[in-house]
Design a protein around this ligand. Structure first.
Ligand code: FAD
Length: 413
């Protein structure tokens, strides 16, 4: 058992040196915060761009140095103390301290929890075998990259964005790829059916063997290594490696154990305050209770919530009201999303998916709430206004590509 050792006091301690944590530090300094700041991170690396992991980094097209969110010397120049490669394991909201796994204990005036999430692990028999990979951190990706040259057959479990992006990279590298999805379409939790069907077709055209409605029964193995996937249907798929992308579990246990309200994440108000005094939470593990009541996993969300929390710490209370946006790159396709499609009750397809440039407009009570734009940057840019104003336009108008979305906006004004 390690003995807790008092290691210092900081005016603001930020737990998690990812997108949300690093932006909290940046926004604090931009807001004129002059107190001491510590950024405590479990990963040994300086803050880096996580989305690149399943895109250019996996493809070998971007070096890690180019993924740094800020130059190496930025943090010291802003007087932000980086404490990396160690995890916060306990929070005491009364004594206002956090304890690291090595027993070091720091006290804070304000605490920002920005710990993101851990990949959800497989739980079926065989999930403990070697040769099974997740893509959440640089370390995860490096472990995968170390064996990739020797693997010709890859089984991907999960048809979400991470699984699909990895599938695209593996195909471009010439691997045989089978992708197993439990539901009846890929991207089922995040996108409307026309987007799912479009991406299924694209991946199949690129040679990915997509299995929908397929539950994994066992990861089969040989000599302690994964050698394939046995489906509930009893079909056996051979693989040299298995890559799993089945979502995340929010990294919030120490904060919840300290009494913060929440369950699958930490509840926060419009200023990203948790139910505990002077403790904020941002990013993948935060649930905005006065918003849609869900965790939003995106760089935009982590960054804008971090700015909201930093401003509140500086006494500038501005409720979080940023418009969500997201992107995903697969092959030569760039998907850009604006808005959140939660609770949509109708969709309009704008443009022809077969042309590989189209948008899906999500409506709720006839108002535009979100757009998914595939190779359609103009719709993405112009659709923002429709989402911001919750524009009510007929389906026929929205589908009419002879007019730009901004022209429709003008017509409604
Ligand atoms: C492969 C991949 C591709 C993605 N692609 C996109 C994309 O294209 N577009 C997009 O918008 N979003 C994308 N995302 C999602 C996006 O990266 C996340 O939403 C974003 O990183 C969330 O920021 P965060 O600060 O909440 O968490 P993170 O960036 O995950 O940072 C959390 C940090 O906290 C650390 N940590 C955890 N627990 C502790 C602890 N107890 N003590 C100390 N440190 C701790 C973690 O190790 C991690 O470094 C992608 C994510 C992944 C994994």
């Amino acid at each position: 058992m390690t003995q807790d050792v008092f290691a210092g006091t900081f005016d603001c301690i930020i737990v998690g040196a990812g997108h949300g944590g690093s932006q909290t530090a940046v926004a604090l300094r931009q807001s004129g915060f002059e107190g001491s700041i510590a950024l405590l991170g479990a990963e040994p690396e300086v803050p880096y761009d996580r989305p690149s992991l399943s895109k250019e980094y996996l493809a070998g097209k971007k070096t890690f140095e180019r993924m740094h969110l800020r130059p190496q010397d930025f943090w010291s120049s802003r007087n932000v103390e980086l404490v990396l490669g160690t995890r916060v394991v306990a929070v005491d909201p009364v004594a206002k301290t956090v304890t690291l796994e090595n027993g070091a204990c720091y006290s804070y005036r304000s605490l920002v929890w920005a710990a993101g999430g851990e990949p959800r692990k497989l739980s079926c028999p065989g999930s403990e075998l070697s040769g099974i990979f997740y893509i959440r951190s640089k370390a995860d990706c490096d472990a995968l990259l170390a064996v990739l040259p020797d693997a010709s057959k890859v089984a991907i479990i999960g048809g979400g964005y991470v699984g699909l992006e990895a599938a695209a990279v593996f195909r471009e590298l010439g691997k045989h790829v089978v992708l197993v999805e439990a539901l009846n379409r890929v991207l089922a939790r995040v996108a409307g059916e026309p987007i799912s069907r479009f991406y299924e077709r694209e991946h199949r055209d690129h040679g990915v063997d997509i299995r929908l409605n397929s539950d994994v029964k066992v990861i089969s193995g040989r000599d302690g290594r994964a050698s394939g996937v046995l489906l509930e249907s009893r079909e056996s798929l051979q693989a040299d490696i298995v890559v799993v992308g089945i979502g995340i579990v929010p990294s919030a246990a120490p904060l919840l154990a300290a009494g913060a309200q929440g369950s699958n994440g930490v509840n926060v108000d419009a200023y990203c305050r948790t139910s505990l005094p002077d403790i904020y939470c941002v990013g993948d593990c935060a649930i905005l209770t006065n918003g849609p009541g869900i965790r939003v996993e995106s760089v935009q969300n982590a960054t804008d919530q971090a700015t909201t929390a930093a401003k509140a710490i500086c006494g500038n209370f501005k409720a979080y009201d940023a418009l969500p946006w997201f992107w995903s790159n697969q092959y030569d396709l760039k998907l850009q999303t604006i808005g959140l499609n939660c609770g949509y009750d109708a969709v309009v397809v704008r443009g022809e998916p077969a042309s590989r440039s189209f948008s899906l407009v999500y409506l709720k009570n006839e108002a535009v709430i979100a757009l998914d734009c595939v190779n359609a940057p103009r719709d993405y840019v112009q659709g923002r206004k429709l989402v911001e104003t919750a524009a009510k336009l007929g389906s026929v108008q929205l589908a009419d590509t002879s007019k730009q979305l901004k022209e429709l906006t003008l017509e409604t004004n």
